[in-house]
Design a protein around this ligand. Structure first.
Ligand code: C5P
Length: 218
């Protein structure tokens, strides 16, 4: 069983994918964490040219955990699990993700993780921007998770804590939507992809919806 979930920033795809993985006993892959790890390394090295970013991605010793309760990320020997969530990485990550050869390299690694997991007799839930269309278009269940921008801003704000200004969070979410619109086509559902709108749903209800779709397979 392979379940692919795409959606914009703040749509709840990470929490949903983890919830589904826990419920069904599947592995979990946050593909965005791999782009974030490359953005972190680029900031460490002070590089931003496309050629340098490609070299960095190809040479990376990138380890991504697939346990939904402990998906730690290690980049070239450093545990970057927390560092890759910092606002400066969120602000820079699209510049790394937009480079086609970086995407090619990370998609290759993502497919490898999926294949290894399946070979080990376990299914996987993966989430990102292009998992339903590029990484695993053959997935058994493919979901585009959407939510109104206001709901996504409110969720991000809740995640970041009350100390952060809502207007600033709104700017971040809207800006990343815009930056990511050139990265991958995830705002419209491709053929065979089921749209789930989470605006009015609790996390539990979204997980239920995806688990129900998985139940219809085979
Ligand atoms: O999902 P998350 O917001 O952590 O992803 C971080 C960034 O990585 C996105 O803003 C996007 O630029 C990039 N990304 C991507 N393709 C994916 C997953 C993430 O380009 N499959």
């Amino acid at each position: 069983m392979v379940i692919a979930i795409d959606g914009p920033s703040g749509s709840g795809k990470s929490s949903t994918a983890k919830g589904v993985a826990r419920r069904l006993g599947l592995a979990f892959l946050d593909t965005g964490s791999m782009y974030r790890a490359c953005a972190w390394q680029a900031a460490e090295d002070g590089v931003s040219d496309a050629a340098d970013l490609v070299a960095l991605a190809r040479a990376a010793d990138l380890q991504v955990g697939t346990d939904p309760d402990d998906a730690r990320v290690r980049m070239n020997g450093t545990d970057v699990t927390e560092a890759i969530r910092l606002p400066q990485i969120s602000a820079e990550v699209s510049k790394v993700a937009v480079v086609p050869e970086v995407r090619g390299e990370l998609v290759r690694r993502q497919r490898e993780i999926v294949a290894d997991t399946l070979a080990g007799g376990r299914g996987i839930v993966l989430e990102g921007r292009d998992t339903t269309t590029v990484v695993t278009p053959e997935a058994d269940v493919r979901v585009l998770l959407v939510a109104d921008p206001d709901a996504r801003v409110a969720r991000r704000h809740a995640e970041l804590g009350e100390v952060v200004d809502v207007a600033a969070v709104s700017d971040q979410v809207i800006r990343r939507d815009r930056d990511d619109s050139t990265v991958a086509a995830f705002t419209e559902a491709a053929d065979g992809v089921v749209v789930v709108d989470s605006t009015e749903l609790t996390l539990e209800q979204v997980v239920d919806a995806v688990v129900a779709l998985a139940g219809k397979v085979h």
